[in-house]
Design a binder for this molecule. Structure first.
Ligand code: NAD
Ligand code: USQ
Length: 397
């Protein structure tokens, strides 16, 4: 298949491109490299040393004999996007190209506006490009489990049957997101569902949990193929951060009570789920939602797992409770259905002791690259203005 990967230079997009290329698909990456620019501006770094996109692609070609095509471009630039759709004529488009950090979106007004503009307008452009140039192409869009929030009932896969005053209907599951970033995904979901309905587009919205891990079969072939491993307070996610903190000798930063429970998924399962969605596409006019997670844990459960494995490696990790910089429920019910990808054939890689040990071992090997200055949280949801650095995103005119 011809597959266009928007955001194919990112944490998930790059290993996805490698994996689908290895399966024999014809891959084109479209990315504006904004994620790399953010690190350069702030002095943040991925724990895995990253090669340029050119070097990554050349390495893959040498190793596999397969070519990945790429175009540097912004999904907010409709002309560039449209030209890419016309040139590639994709059978499937995987859309990762969004600003994906909740703390980034809560820094201040400019970062909130940037996040929602980049994500919502970008996705709207993708929907128009599909309509104009590839109406039968299947859109596989990365959403997030955080769209649902933490309701006091089981979370269903996208839709719920409601009985109300003697009538019933199957309606989108209620959304209660916890950040302007998570809200941008809700807005995207509504726009995608609407376009499937009015134009007959076909789309799969993957409400994904928090991804952990840094390696796939393909990235492990050569260090130059590594994907990013973020551990900073803006882009680092819970488990990845806890592993690096344990190695850095910093306390594990548990916000609030640590009872917050979320869905999690291994990086290797992420790329397989997306392949499964591509191979069984949505029908014409169909908007479907899969909950892309394999297990759920509270933060304390994760922290305790990291502490236990750390002790086997001679590290003395400990928890430090921080006053929660976020506004979120700290004691709540959480039970999310996630059967549709299993039905399509997903065989999950679960969070075993070995997985955590391998993440810790990798962090130990990279110990000298850890910058302790970027670990502690400074973005507070309650503040109208947070100072991360003086840099501000450029807003659209
Ligand atoms: P990432 O920031 O590493 O990658 C996103 C890529 O998109 C980057 O390479 C960036 O340069 C590019 N990009 C951003 N805006 C763009 C634009 N306007 N035009 C072109 N390229 C643009 O993020 P990731 O962790 O790989 O996440 C990918 C997707 O998966 C995101 O949509 C995210 O919301 C979703 N997701 C991620 C996780 C996770 O834990 N990482 C969990 C659930 C959902
Ligand atoms: N948390 C801590 N300590 C930390 C970091 C986070 O206690 O050092 C807590 C947060 O308060 C929150 C939970 O851990 O309760 C998860 O935070 P996170 O930063 O790991 O994940 P989140 O902000 O939800 O965002 C990440 C990705 C995002 C994706 C989302 C999936 O950055 O792109 O959409 O996971 S989900 O959480 O299912 O919505």
């Amino acid at each position: 298949m011809r597959i266009l990967i928007l955001g194919g230079d990112g944490y998930l997009g790059w290993p996805q491109a490698l994996y689908l290329s290895a399966q024999g698909h014809d891959i084109t990456i479209f990315d504006n490299l904004s994620r790399r620019l953010f690190d350069l501006e702030r002095g943040f770094n991925s724990l895995t040393p990253l090669q340029t996109l050119h070097e990554r692609i050349a390495t893959w070609q040498t190793i596999s004999g397969r070519q990945i095509h790429f175009r540097i471009g912004d999904v907010m630039d409709y002309e560039a996007l449209a030209a890419t759709f016309q040139a590639v004529q994709p059978d499937a488009v995987v859309h990762f190209a969004e600003q994906r950090s909740a703390p980034y979106s809560m820094i201040d007004r400019k970062h909130a506006v940037f996040t929602q503009t980049n994500n919502v307008v970008g996705t709207l452009n993708v929907l128009y490009a599909l309509k104009e140039f590839a109406p039968t192409c299947h859109l596989v869009k990365l959403g997030t489990m955080g769209e649902y929030g933490t309701p006091n009932i089981d979370i269903e896969e996208g839709f719920i049957e409601i009985h109300h005053k003697g009538r019933s209907d199957i309606l989108p599951f209620p959304k209660q997101p916890n950040s302007f970033y998570h809200l941008s995904k809700v807005h995207d979901s509504h726009n995608i569902m609407f376009c499937c309905n009015i134009w007959g587009l076909r789309a799969t919205d993957l409400n994904q949990g928090i991804v952990y891990g840094f390696e796939t079969e393909e990235t492990a072939l050569d260090p130059r193929l590594a994907t990013r491993f973020d551990y900073d307070q803006i882009y680092g996610t819970a488990l990845n951060r806890f592993c690096v903190q344990a190695v850095a000798g910093s306390p594990l930063t548990v916000y609030g009570t640590g009872q917050q429970t979320r869905g999690y998924i291994n990086l290797m399962d992420t790329i397989r789920c997306i392949e499964l969605a591509i191979l069984s596409p949505a029908k014409e006019g169909e908007y479907r939602v899969f909950n892309q997670m394999t297990e759920q844990f509270s933060l304390l459960e994760l922290a305790e797992k990291v502490i236990e494995q750390s002790s086997h490696l001679g590290l003395e990790a400990q928890i430090k409770y921080f006053a929660n910089p976020r506004v979120e429920k700290e004691q709540h019910y959480y039970n999310a259905t996630h059967t549709r990808l299993l039905e399509l054939g997903l065989e999950p890689h679960l969070l075993t002791e070995d997985v955590i040990a391998s993440m810790l071992t990798f962090a130990i090997a990279q110990r000298n690259a850890i910058n302790p200055q970027v670990i502690l949280p400074t973005v507070n949801w309650r503040a109208a203005q947070n100072t991360v650095t003086s840099h501000e995103p450029k807003l659209p005119q």
